[in-house]
Write a new protein. Sequence first.
Length: 56
Amino acid sequence: MFLSVETGWKTLEFQAIKICYIEPCKPNQNAYIERFNRTLRKLTGNHLTQQLKNCA
């Protein structure tokens, strides 16, 4: 089942759920996701490097 973004925002508003954003350039406020992003970039970079070596 697909819900639109508008439906999602209305649901959050109805449930009185507030969305809080971190400040720009403040990765220490969200260390968990920043660590995940770094690991993902590292894994993706290694995969792409291997793909390029296999093409040569």
